[in-house]
Design a protein. Sequence first.
Length: 447
Amino acid sequence: MKPHPSWLALSALILFGVQQVGSQAAPPLPDPDPRYKVDILVVVGHPDDDIEVAAYLAQSIEQRHKKVGFVYATHGNSGGNAAGQEQARALSDVREMEARQSLASYGIALSWFLDGSDTPGEDVLHSLERWGHGRMEEEVIRLVRLTRPEVIFTWMPNYDVGENHEDHQAAGVLATDAFDLAGNPLAFPEQVAAPRDRWNINNYGEGLRPWQPKKIYYFSDATDLDFEKGKGPEYPTSGISPSRKIPYSQIAAEAWGFYKTQNDFNDAQLKEFTERPVRLIFGKSLVGCGPTADVFEGIKPGSIPYVKARGYQAPEQKLALELGGPWGFYHAFWPAHNIEHLRDLYPPEAQVGPGESLWVPLLIRNDTDSTEEVRLSANLPAGWTQKPEAILYTVAAHESYPVQLTITSSARDKGKWQTLRWQAESKAQKLGSVELRVDVAGNYLPQ
């Protein structure tokens, strides 16, 4: 018996439907939001920090068509106000608008302000403590994943003599951490979790993607800028803007003009500041090229695989004397992030007022299996004093003894550099010594 034609048609329709269901393509995954993709992400401490690299950025935006974004760790809620009476939170609002207008003057539309408090001092650990290190790190990593920068610019993570603001250093620490963690899906995994339903409310999962930046560079406001020469690419600010017919140094100076509350420079100082070359200090590159190569040499469009940094390395099993505090932190931080060459830029240094006190933390580290007695001796310049005067310390096995010293400088040394030295010994054996170069200056930030 032959099947009825209508049954044949129905069977074919059912079979066709099954095939269609089986081969139906999934909807395409939305790409990351292209509005926020940048070539350079700059991570700084305060509104006005951007002027350090403004001339280079203005030229890169205009002539190389690069896109730039900024992350400010604070709103700039502290300090004087040369424009009005606004202070505290009101000053934060003013300075945020000053920064946005300044950036817009040379073509930057993307900026984010985090909630760190402006902390005027020199100890990076103080800023990280007040800001909430983990919370701020989460924010910076989120913004790296959102903006997917090829290159990160930030303040140099080091304790150097100059303005040496602890917030500057902390911004460099956060940016360096983010460079090494944003590509790791286990770092704040909720950020890279796919949202269950991106069209709905009460969702979770931020929908970002891991992102590994390709290069990181630092800049500094140290007193001695000669150490920067040859440590990274250098860019003159004398080039002429094709559209505005003025030097990029003048564009940077005009951008500074929006910071009415700051009023830090007279005309001569501003001219000197904006006309000097923009010197970058090489951090690291994951795409080859040497320290002084152009910022974008070796960079190609697209993502690269996550590259794990070395990470913290346990110290050698021994009895040792080290500088503690921020100096000790950086001593471990640099090799953990594969930027140990920063430690060779200059020896440990600090600044103190004439006749005033300087905090110097030392660390006696005992990584042996027995309790040890350590004798500490100081070699200070004439007229300098130290408290406490204790010289004998008992340090338990696998423990460290933090020695907190208060050093008072001699008023006679104003305008001079002096070197402070400490030496440790145990059982008549020398354990080594540490040195700290100190600039005796009349105008400096408190520790």
